[in-house]
Design a protein around this ligand. Structure first.
Ligand code: PNS
Length: 162
């Protein structure tokens, strides 16, 4: 059985993430979507909200995908979960340098865990959680970029603050 970890901040989940999860779920027996809890970062959505969003979107769609939370080193978490693979999505060349660095550092720390890069569908290749948050905050439309529940929550979030 091959288990893959798909780690990230997922603040919030976008259709780009869902695309990578779908591809991973086809390729691996089991996929753990792992949300990083980072005390240094102030997220827009709490970990609990992000788990709720993920469960709402992913549970009905994928039988071999689970959602979890981790902190500390990714490779330690992957070992603890007995995963053989780390999945990362690559959108453009600009992602490559950082991802390459992380993958090689993770390999140095734990040589038997392999990082696999996947490309999302072309129409999500310019999509990022950061831009989604910025657009939503400034009143732009994020329809078609994030699941409806995320769109609704973003609207609520930014309505409260104005
Ligand atoms: O969605 P993101 O923010 O690009 O995800 C980055 C993530 C969570 C994959 C990365 O920050 C990470 O793995 N953090 C855990 C700490 C760690 O293992 N650091 C060493 C990386 S070489």
């Amino acid at each position: 059985m091959t288990r893959a970890i798909y780690p990230g901040s997922f603040d919030p989940l976008t259709f780009g993430h869902v695309d990578i999860i779908e591809r991973s779920a086809r390729l691996f027996d089991n996929v753990v979507v792992a949300i990083l809890t980072n005390p240094q970062k102030a997220p827009l959505f709490t970990v609990e909200e992000r788990i709720e969003i993920m469960n709402e979107i992913l549970k009905p769609r994928f039988r071999n995908v689970e959602v979890d939370v981790f902190h500390g080193l990714l490779v330690d978490y992957a070992k603890q979960k007995r995963a053989q693979v780390i999945v990362r999505g690559i959108r453009a060349v600009t992602d490559y340098e950082y991802e390459f660095q992380m993958a090689l550092m993770n390999r140095r720390l734990t040589p038997d865990i392999e990082t696999v890069f996947m490309m999302p569908a072309e129409n999500y290749s310019y999509l990022s959680s950061r831009l989604v948050k910025e657009i939503a905050e400034l009143g732009g439309s994020v329809t078609g970029l994030v699941p409806e529940t995320v769109e609704r929550r973003l609207k609520q979030r930014f309505k409260k603050e104005t």
